[in-house]
Design a protein around this ligand. Structure first.
Ligand code: KG4
Length: 339
């Protein structure tokens, strides 16, 4: 019998719903929230209200586009955390209502596990691009930077993570001080393509193991701007491309150094990248370069699966369903990573 999972994602500012049947995506609907642009960042209360407005039409559209009837759903999978509490509550509450009304089980999903399992979404039954176990996954988003050893669908170990800022945060905060708007990562990427990555040198952390740190880089970037602006008030405007290229190169260097070390120590050559920052073209190039230099088999997701989406929630739900991992009706969202 086939397994049909409805996924719901509402952890931040995208309301998304997807239907996946036996691992194959039938629909993936995403409603983004433009309301935050004016504020230079996501405003939690506004995000929560927008989710409330979007959730019913988005879920209805996902079921419609999948071409199924809701009575065919085997289970509803929802993002339980980490994320914004008010946003998560909307998806969680909606999933509970659906579970009761359709009399189907609920499956709680960890947003970070979902980013990793996005690699297993099949767009057609013939898709055959999934990593084989065990593999390493560099998970880089606005809120997280982690190296994860993935042993099986439902067996992952975080072997390294940031002790302060995330890589996406470093991009966003440095972009903000240059007046490049929010989120700054994609703008830095675009400008970096026209700049010299060796024009400026910013500090890199020296911490043991596989952990990351980006706060020193951020401070060093800020101090460079402060000093140079004293000499020339138009410094940023004149050097935007070179600043972005040097910043991007430093972030990528920090990320790849630790990933390389982990791959070597654990003798794993199957390496994936996930999360919003994996849209970065420099990081994608670095992965392709490592594939050539070190014989890695690399897995880079499609752009549409790098940012928040419910297809990754539904695919994770599918594998949890196969393991009969359901959750009780009193499940509550969590905002921070549970260790
Ligand atoms: O995974 P994601 O959509 O959101 C979280 O759940 O955190 O990641 C968003 C992050 C933001 O920091 C954004 O600036 C960054 O991903 N980002 C990029 C690029 N596209 C998105 N950073 C660098 N280069 C990009 N092309």
């Amino acid at each position: 019998m086939s397994v049909t999972i409805l996924g719901i994602e509402s952890s931040c500012d995208d309301t998304s719903s997807s239907v996946i049947r036996d691992g194959v995506m039938l629909s993936n609907v995403i409603a983004s929230q433009a309301v935050h642009e004016a504020y230079g960042g996501v405003v939690p209360e506004l995000a929560s209200r927008a989710h409330q407005q979007n959730i019913i039409p988005v879920v209805a559209e996902a079921i419609k586009r999948a071409g199924i009837d809701k009575s065919e759903l085997s289970a509803v999978a929802f993002t339980r955390g980490p994320g914004l509490m008010g946003s998560l509550l909307v998806g969680t509450s909606f999933a509970k209502g659906l579970s009761v009304s359709l009399n189907i089980p609920m499956i709680e999903i960890n947003h970070l596990q979902a980013h990793v399992l996005a690699h297993f979404i099949k767009e057609t039954p013939e898709d055959d691009h999934a990593p084989s176990f065990p593999f390493l996954c560099l998970l880089v988003s606005g809120g997280n930077s982690q190296i994860i050893k993935v042993n099986a669908y439902n067996d992952m170990e975080v072997i390294g993570q940031t002790i302060d800022d995330a890589a996406g945060e470093a991009f966003d905060k440095c972009a903000k001080v240059m007046g490049l708007g929010y989120p700054g990562g994609p703008v830095v990427n675009r400008l970096a393509n026209e700049g010299n990555p060796n024009a400026f040198t910013f500090s890199k952390p020296h911490i043991p193991g596989y952990d990351y740190s980006f706060s020193g880089l951020k401070t060093s970037f800020l101090y460079t701007l402060r000093d140079k602006l004293q000499e020339d008030p138009d410094f940023i405007e004149k050097n935007k491309q070179d600043l972005c290229a040097s910043l991007q190169a430093t972030v990528i260097d920090i990320l790849m150094n630790k990933l390389r070390k982990a791959a070597k120590d654990l003798n794993i050559k199957e390496v994936a990248v996930a999360g919003g920052v994996s849209a970065n073209s420099g990081l994608r190039d670095a992965f392709l370069d490592h594939a050539k230099r070190f014989g890695w088999k690399v897995h880079i997701p499609k752009f549409s699966f790098t940012t928040d989406n419910a297809a990754m929630v539904a695919i994770t739900g599918y594998y949890k369903y196969l393991d009969q991992q359901f959750c009780p009706m009193d499940a509550v969202p969590f905002s921070r990573v549970l260790n």
